[in-house]
Each structure stands twice: as structure tokens, then as C-alpha cells.
Design a protein around this ligand. Structure first.
Ligand SMILES: *Cc1c(COP(=O)(O)O)cnc(C)c1O
Length: 376
């Protein structure tokens, strides 16, 4: 690796976050670490190994492919796939001992067939749709039929049932007015209906990071945090007392430094025009690395601890920043993106606000071209 552009991943911060989140949970509540989308860009295998080492109980991913990647890396812990089952993946689910989300009879039929063919049971979690309108069984009758089929099938093991909140990051409010509370009630009602049919459901779960931090009433038997593991609060309205430390920062180094005269412009389309003599630093990182082009003339990086605004358009592989006011700046100096404190102008949270998006999206955008460098 010659280009000095890295995503630095601090596993000590990750371990700290796991412990901080666990301290919010009753001792019997399990923590399922969400490591989908390459662990939100942090590297699924390295992150999985670390969270398991420091106390996470299980893992969750979005796709069967992601689960297989973890199995291929030698990880034997329970892994749940959140996404819908592609019928063709049923055999891979069984052979890799993956737990699959199900919500239709045909999901269950496919997994049962695959399990029978291999002579091994398949473990499933039923997703209940309480208002997200994304995945899940929604209707009482359909739910009874689904749970009954799983219960009666010798090749299927009902491990759990879960739901997902639409708005658990919203401000805390009167429970009677809370959509999260309405979803919780709907979930409990559905579960009671199934239990009344004599079907036991070992593990109930509902909360991502926001539900986890919101209130223990949403924890049930297990929680499924993602973003909070990586050091970001899912909501500005609560949970700020839980100390979370960003795990990732992007680092690159100045490859060119030069001065421009008043009237000269920087980058494509001449969107930044100097009004005085300015000093410009070129950085070998661009939108192909995951720095959104929307940060053009909007975002900032940190050089020698000083904020350096991005000037002109972010290019595919490079971008320019203003360093006029940074004393002693030199070629080779480190430039930090997505690091630093919230409000510094160059933290990931600040960038997400500037772009009217969420921290999640910016993390996931960091491309494969950026080398991940881990520190313990
Ligand atoms: C992504 C996801 C999570 C984790 O969400 P965070 O907001 O990152 O904590 C939990 N549950 C499901 C079903 C998800 O899809």
C-alpha cells in the first residue's frame, strides 16, 4: 500500500462501547452485535472477533453472504440474518448453521426441505411487522399459521421472535403518545396470542441502538445494537450519558502544497475562487473512497489540529483544502476526516449534519479502496 489514505479503526474504543452498552442491560439480556454492511464499513471479521472477545453474545448481518463470510473466517458464534431469505440460499443457511429471519410459510418450507436434505435442523427467528412495513408477519391469523408450522416441523427450531421500531430515536414523550410504545404493545399482544396456542418462543428482541438506549422496557431478552457499537449516538434526545467513542477515523496525507492568487479557482467547475492569496493542500482521497461530493465547499478536515475547509469540488480520487491559516503546514502532514469531537466541523456527526444524512450512511460509503488499519 503506497497511497497514505487509511481508515483507522481503534478496537479499544470498540471494546469500550461494548462495555458501555452492556452496562445498560440487565445481566440476563443478551447483546447481539449488528455487523452487517461490513460492520458499517469497519471490517466485519475484525469487528466480530473483537466484540465477541469483549462480551457480545451473538452476531447479526443483513444477508446470507455476509453470514457465510463470517463462517469462512472461522467464527462459530450464533449469527442471525436480518434480511429476507432468497430461496436459493436455503441450503447455505443450513450448511453454515446460520439463523435465518422468516415471515412466510414458503420461507419455512424452503428451510425445512434444505434441513431435511442435510439431516440437520435449521434455526429461525420470526419477524413480526408491528408498523415498520418492511419485513415481517403482520396479521394475527398468518402469524398463528406460521408459528404453528415451525412448531410442528421436525426440521425447524424456533429460536426467537422479533420486531423493529420505526421511531425509537424520537424524543422521549408520554408513553400513551409514543409510537415505540404502540409497537411494543402490538409485539407483546402477538406473542401472547402465539403463547396461548401452546408455542414457546425462547428469545424475544426488538431494539436496535435507539431502543437499547431509550428504556429497558424495550430490551426483552436481547438487544441488537449497531451504530452505537461504532461510537455514535442514534438519537440526540437521550442516552447521552452513555459514553460512546467513535471507532473509525479517516486519515490521509498532504501530497501537494501551493499558493494561489486572488481570482484563481480550485477544482472542477471553478466553484471556489480565491479573493486573496491562499494556500491550498491537495489530499489523495475523493468520492471513490467514500467522501461524499456533497462536502464540496461544505466540509472540513483537521490538519495539525486546525480546521481546514474543503475548497472546490471533491474529485473522484482527490480533494483540496484551504490551509492558509495553518502555520508550518508541510507536504506529508496528516489530514484527519471523520475524527474529532462533535462540533469541531470535521467529525462524522458534523459531516452527516452538513449533508442532511445520518452517520450510518457515511460509514457505509467508505469504499474498499480505503485500507482499514486496526489498532488494539
Ligand atoms: C441495522 C439493524 C439493527 C441495528 O441498528 P442500529 O440503529 O445501527 O443500532 C438492528 N436490527 C435490525 C433489524 C437492523 O436492520
Amino acid at each position: 500500500m503506497w497511497r497514505e489514505t487509511y481508515a483507522k479503526i481503534d478496537l479499544t474504543c470498540l471494546a469500550h462501547n461494548v462495555r458501555a452498552l452492556k452496562s445498560c442491560l440487565a445481566p440476563n439480556v443478551k447483546l447481539m452485535a449488528t455487523v452487517k454492511a461490513n460492520a458499517y464499513g469497519h471490517g466485519a471479521v475484525a469487528i466480530s472477533l473483537k466484540v465477541l472477545e469483549v462480551g457480545a453474545d451473538q452476531l447479526a448481518v443483513a444477508t446470507v453472504e455476509e453470514a457465510v463470510q463470517l463462517r469462512d473466517a472461522g467464527i462459530t458464534t450464533d449469527i442471525l440474518v436480518y434480511g429476507a431469505l432468497p430461496i436459493e440460499a436455503a441450503d447455505a443457511v443450513v450448511s453454515h448453521h446460520i439463523m435465518q429471519t422468516v415471515f412466510t410459510l414458503s420461507d419455512c418450507f424452503a428451510l425445512s426441505q434444505a434441513a431435511k436434505a442435510r439431516g440437520e435442523r435449521c434455526r429461525v427467528h420470526v419477524k413480526i411487522d408491528t408498523g415498520m412495513n418492511r419485513l415481517g408477519v403482520k396479521d394475527d391469523e398468518e402469524a398463528v399459521a406460521l408459528f404453528t408450522m415451525i412448531h410442528d416441523d421436525p426440521w425447524l427450531d424456533l429460536v426467537g421472535a422479533y420486531t423493529h421500531f420505526t421511531s425509537s430515536d424520537e424524543p422521549l414523550c408520554d408513553l400513551a403518545l409514543s409510537e415505540t410504545e404502540r409497537q411494543r404493545q402490538r409485539f407483546i399482544d402477538m406473542i401472547s396470542l402465539i403463547k396461548a396456542k401452546g408455542i414457546a418462543i425462547p428469545v424475544l428482541h426488538a431494539s436496535s441502538s435507539a431502543g437499547l438506549l431509550r428504556d429497558a422496557r424495550y430490551h426483552f431478552d436481547m438487544v441488537r445494537p449497531g451504530i452505537s457499537l461504532y461510537g455514535y449516538h442514534p438519537s440526540p434526545y437521550f442516552g447521552q450519558d452513555v459514553d460512546l467513542r467513535p471507532v473509525l477515523s479517516l486519515e490521509t496525507h498532504i501530497v501537494r502544497l501551493h499558493s494561489i492568487a486572488p481570482g484563481e479557482a480550485v477544482s472542477y467547475g471553478r466553484t471556489f475562487i480565491a479573493t486573496k492569496m491562499e494556500r491550498i493542500a491537495t489530499l489523495p482521497i475523493g468520492y471513490a473512497d467514500g467522501v461524499p461530493r456533497g462536502l464540496s465547499n461544505v466540509g472540513s478536515v483537521s490538519i495539525r489540529g486546525v480546521k481546514a475547509p474543503i475548497v472546490g469540488r471533491v474529485c473522484m480520487d482527490q480533494m483540496m483544502v484551504l490551509v492558509t491559516d495553518i502555520p508550518d503546514v508541510q507536504v506529508g502532514d496528516k489530514a484527519l476526516l471523520y475524527g474529532g469531537d462533535v462540533g469541531s466541523g470535521f467529525s462524522l456527526t458534523d459531516a452527516a449534519q452538513q449533508l442532511d444524512t445520518i452517520t450510518y450512511e457515511l460509514l457505509c460509503r467508505i469504499s474498499d479502496r480505503v485500507k482499514r488499519v486496526y489498532s488494539q
